[in-house]
Design a binder for this molecule. Structure first.
Ligand SMILES: Cc1ncc(COP(=O)(O)O)c(C=O)c1O
Length: 392
């Protein structure tokens, strides 16, 4: 069967090989005194809080399970709009919010609505691999620009300007980022957007980890800059609803009918039960629980990163959000007699039974040096991982 060149262009998710090997080894060592610790996982260890689960059960019991409008339940769009006002002090009208099947569907809609074949989209290296694949699925070309520690592993306005060419259509950023957990400084983001806008380009920003932001200096949505910014968000991370497949995007007024048309055709709507459940995310009780959990993620970061560094794995930029640590494994790899982050990840898995994610999928510039640890795991697991790292 002939496979489309579009599909051929999508690279495999190499980390799945590491995850598969970790799952296999985990079975073998399950009853040993050192069962596998999974620090490779990019989803919260918390599940949806009680009111959300009850709302889902109620929707099923009441038979509220038909299709919703393509842009989502009006009540949910209103609640998301209210969240922007309460948490960020930013007015985002509900009519500009489109509810989707996770940030993944939101990114697909944005890319399909805006990218022509051959259009180039500038992105930081390292960045979340699927985001560049959404660009190539829309027949655009993701251009990864190597970033430095000084830039917090994010793009700068100067870099965007230097890389902008005839085919460049815009930027796709993520703040805070996966895999680094670092955000773009607000002034820099404003400069990037002003440059992009002057070029008549598009600023797409993936804010899926914005709810899990720990520093005031980086806690603002890019929507505060301009209503032409396109922001992608999700119920997966801050709201702890990964498998419920629910997210949203905020688009400029003029783009709503275009995205709505695409959403109607491609998805009909996001999961109805999940949408009814998500209404309860914004109840006072649920938000209080989410904030408590955010505090827990921050406490894990504050404890784990100094411990990692003491164990020989420096983290050049302390993450200001999300639940990742992007650690330099050069010195420890040398000590263990392995070359590069891919082999280091396997070595750590075999010798200490700790599963982590090597840099490979996130880009090519400097990713042999780095591995990603996830702190979306209970403190007890992090403590045990540190013990084993020290022993190693
Ligand atoms: C940066 C980033 N964007 C998007 C996604 C996709 O998330 P969703 O579950 O909302 O589709 C992820 C998932 O890990 C992510 O890390």
């Amino acid at each position: 069967m002939k496979i489309s060149s579009r599909a051929e262009r999508i690279e495999p998710f190499y980390v799945m090989e590491v995850a598969k090997a970790a799952t296999q080894l985990a079975k073998e060592v399950a009853s040993s005194d050192r069962p596998m610790i999974f620090l490779n996982i990019g989803e919260p260890d918390f599940t949806a809080p009680p009111l959300v689960r009850e709302a889902a059960e109620r929707a099923i019991r009441d038979g509220s399970t038909q299709y919703t409008p393509a842009c989502g339940l009006d009540a949910l769009r209103e609640r998301i709009s209210g969240w922007y006002a309460e948490r960020f002090g930013v007015q985002v009208p509900a009519r500009r919010i489109v509810v989707t099947a996770g940030a993944s569907a939101a990114l697909q809609l944005a890319c399909l609505a805006l990218i022509e074949r051959g259009d180039q989209i500038l992105m930081p290296d390292p960045s979340y691999p699927c985001n560049r694949h959404f660009v190539s699925a829309a027949e655009g070309e993701a251009v990864l620009l190597p970033t430095t520690e000084a830039e917090r592993f994010q793009l700068s306005a100067d870099k965007v300007e230097a890389a902008w060419g005839d085919k460049t259509r815009g930027v796709l950023l993520a703040s805070p980022s996966n895999p680094t957990g670092t955000s773009i400084a607000p002034d820099e983001l404003r400069r990037i957007h002003e440059f992009v806008r002057a070029k008549d380009g598009i600023t797409l920003i993936d804010e899926i980890y914005l709810g899990l932001s720990y520093e005031d200096a980086f806690s603002q949505t890019a929507l505060a800059i301009d209503d032409q910014v396109i922001s992608i968000n999700s119920f997966s991370k801050y709201f702890n609803m990964t498998g419920w497949r629910l997210g949203w995007l905020v688009v400029p007024e003029a783009l709503v009918p275009v995205v709505e048309r695409l959403a109607q055709n491609l998805f009909i709507c996001a999961s109805t039960v999940s949408q009814y459940a998500a209404l309860a995310c914004f109840e006072r009780e649920s938000i209080a629980e989410y904030e408590r959990r955010r505090g827990e993620f921050k406490a894990r970061r504050d404890w784990f990163i100094p411990q990692l560094e003491a164990a020989g794995l420096p983290v050049p930029v302390v993450p200001d959000g999300a639940f990742y640590a992007w650690a330099d494994c050069t010195a420890l790899s040398r000590q263990l007699g392995v070359d590069g982050s891919w082999d280091f990840a396997f070595e750590l898995m075999k010798r200490a039974h700790i599963a982590i994610t090597p840099g490979r999928d996130f880009g090519s510039a400097d990713t042999r040096r780095f591995v990603r640890f996830s702190t979306a795991s209970a403190m007890g697991h992090l403590q045990e991982a540190v013990e084993r790292l020290r022993a190693l």
